[in-house]
Design a protein around this ligand. Structure first.
Ligand SMILES: Nc1nc2c(ncn2[C@@H]2O[C@H](COP(=O)(O)OP(=O)(O)OP(=O)(O)O)[C@@H](O)[C@H]2O)c(=O)[nH]1
Ligand SMILES: [Zn+2]
Length: 351
């Protein structure tokens, strides 16, 4: 048996999918695997193997896909493939709808690692990191907090505070100016699918360029005074890395709302949830109950009050989003029921 290197392996294709997703029938129908590299204007670019290399084909036969999705497509469809199928997502970054609607928006799929960028050149916002961590843990990928611009400001106490805020996650300090921390980051991203998230101006495009070894992204001028970057990154896209693997750069996400992120919250605040196991009451809200282990930890100085407040705030926000989607589902059910009883009446049947 001869083995040829699969050019899609560099894009994160994993042979395990052949059996797991049962691709035999789709293969027999002439479809081949491909990865969605970008989505815009109702169509997407899909990267498929082409001899020893790859090529991108554009199709509008895949509504609802997002960057990072694996699909099966007809590579010969003319002028565009009309046959296509989405493969199951292993992980997905979902945020609350930007338009205030109740349905979450999938930002990227099949991610192994989420890099959460935060700048050391500005005051570190731990609550914002906790919000991004929740989003990242909830996706199913492993979060890594990347503290950027270490050449401008580095304070070991800040790094320690971030590490304490991110139990179970990796924290790295980098600078694209001195090159500090870039090798560990390269090792971490090689061969994997990595998403890069964080607010505008923290240096995401600069990091992308450092990792891809090219000028793939435009680097914006940050206004000195307030560190607010201009929105220079406009499209999400999948960029191959020199050591194999891909990077997904997302536009600056200033505010990310949570949506159904209970698991993400449990992991982000695993220290608090562990303490809660020792509270006297099972349903302790850690507000004023006697025998509350969480409040005792705050009292003893083991848990920052800020972190508990942040946990409560994100929990409330997440519950509120969840109740809105429940309300939407209930409304849809009512609509279906009303239609059914109307039809029944029309047919002379009492509902
Ligand atoms: N001193 C220093 N400056 C940096 C570093 N990384 C990025 N910068 C600067 O920070 C500014 C913003 O960098 P970008 O890479 O454009 O930031 P971004 O997060 O991609 O911003 P958006 O595209 O708006 O989301 C630019 O002026 C960069 O030159 C660093 O490690 N050290
Ligand atoms: Zn309690």
């Amino acid at each position: 048996m001869t083995t040829t290197a699969d050019p899609l392996a560099d894009y994160g294709w994993d042979e395990g999918r052949e059996a797991e997703d049962d691709l035999t029938a789709l293969r027999e129908a002439g479809l081949v695997p491909g990865r969605v590299a970008r989505v815009d204007l109702g169509a997407c670019d899909v990267v498929v193997a082409d001899g020893p290399g790859v090529r991108a084909l554009r199709t509008d036969a895949l509504p609802g896909v997002c960057t990072g999705d694996w699909v099966m497509v007809d590579p010969h469809g003319s002028p565009r493939p009309t046959q296509a199928q989405l493969l199951p997502r292993r992980t997905a970054i979902v945020r609350g709808a930007a338009d205030g609607g109740s349905q979450g928006q999938v930002l990227a799929a099949n991610i192994d690692t989420v890099l959460i960028a935060a700048s050391l050149a500005a005051e570190i916002d731990l609550a914002r990191i906790e919000r991004y961590l929740t989003l990242a843990w909830d996706s199913g990928a492993h979060p890594v907090v990347v503290l950027t611009k270490a050449d401008v400001a580095y304070d070991p106490e800040v790094q320690a505070a971030v590490q304490a805020t991110a139990p179970g996650a990796t924290v790295l300090t980098v600078s694209v100016v001195t090159g500090e921390g870039l090798d560990p980051l390269r090792a971490l991203t090689a061969g994997a699918t990595t998403a890069l998230i964080g607010p505008s101006g923290v240096g995401k495009s600069s990091l992308t360029n450092a990792l891809t070894g090219g000028e793939a992204m435009a680097v914006g001028e940050t206004r000195e005074a307030d560190e607010k970057g201009r929105h220079t990154t406009t499209t999400r896209q999948l960029i191959p890395l020199p050591g194999g693997g891909v990077l997904i750069d997302t536009p600056g996400l200033r505010g990310v709302a949570l949506s159904g992120a209970e698991d993400g919250l449990s992991q982000t605040f695993s220290d608090i949830e562990e303490l809660a196991g020792d509270c006297r009451f099972n349903d302790c809200s850690h507000e004023a109950e006697p025998g509350c282990a969480v409040l005792a930890a705050v009292e003893a100085g083991d848990l920052p009050e800020r972190r508990l407040a942040s946990y409560r705030k994100l929990l409330r926000e997440n519950e509120w989003m969840a109740s809105r989607s429940d309300a939407r589902l209930a409304a849809e059910r009512t609509k279906v029921w009303k239609t059914r009883s109307k039809e029944a009446r029309a047919n002379g049947i009492r509902p």
